[in-house]
Design a protein around this ligand. Structure first.
Ligand code: NI
Length: 216
């Protein structure tokens, strides 16, 4: 066991040295669109060993970069053709979702979401893998989250309201689900232009109610 650990540590030190010598450039990755089979796979769990590797760490940098570049509120690894259970979430005055409460950058590895109550709310969602379409999806309002962070440390927290909707959307991707699968009334489906014209004002009101009730 000690020997394995020693080997593991020396291996890590070597990789770290290599990384210092050849710093890696962050890349924007191509996003898979609805119809691509990768989006319908169940992403697999990431091992700690794999997570610590420079390859995976570099991939996480790219995932975050790609999310920011596309103005996404979140992005799952599977959306950039890597069926691993990793998602990035961040909302910082997002132009795609100007009504969304901010969320600091959060990387979840092997996340598990557990609804804390039966309460749901109707969320108007869009997705970088479903260009120019939005629709109403019921989401649980309060969730317990367990996951690892990008360095393998345990994350345990509770998310509520609109933020809980974003978490559910991203974690659904890891099970091969798109928001389209959860739309109950297909008449709510609309392009972004039509959303702005016909639905946004009412939805912003609803967001206010949710944020007042759940704090986010
Ligand atoms: Ni999505």
């Amino acid at each position: 066991m000690a020997l394995t650990r020693l080997f593991h540590d020396s291996f890590k030190a070597l990789l770290h040295a290599a990384r210092m010598q050849y710093p890696r450039r962050v890349a924007v990755l191509p996003i898979a669109h609805v119809g691509h089979p990768v989006l319908r796979q169940r992403a697999r769990e990431v091992t700690l060993f794999e997570l610590e590797s420079p390859e995976t760490q570099g991939f996480i940098d790219d995932l975050v970069e790609t999310m920011r570049h596309a103005n996404g509120a979140g992005l799952a690894a599977i959306q950039v053709h890597r069926p691993l259970r990793i998602v990035a979430i961040e909302v910082k005055d997002n132009p795609r979702y100007p009504y969304k409460p901010n969320i600091p950058l959060t990387v979840l590895v092997n996340p598990v979401l557990t609804p804390l109550t039966d309460a749901t709310f109707d969320n108007f969602e869009g997705c970088l893998s479903v260009p120019n379409l939005r629709g109403v999806v019921p989401r649980f309002a309060e969730l317990a989250v367990t996951a690892l962070d990008r360095h393998g440390a345990a994350i345990e927290h509770v998310v509520r309201g609109i933020t809980a909707g974003t978490y559910q959307h991203e974690v659904d991707h890891l099970d091969g689900l798109l928001f389209l699968d959860r739309v109950q009334d297909t008449r709510t489906l609309c392009t972004w232009d039509q959303f702005k014209e016909h639905f946004e004002a009412a939805f912003i009101e609803r967001v206010r109610t949710v944020v007042t009730r759940y704090g986010s």
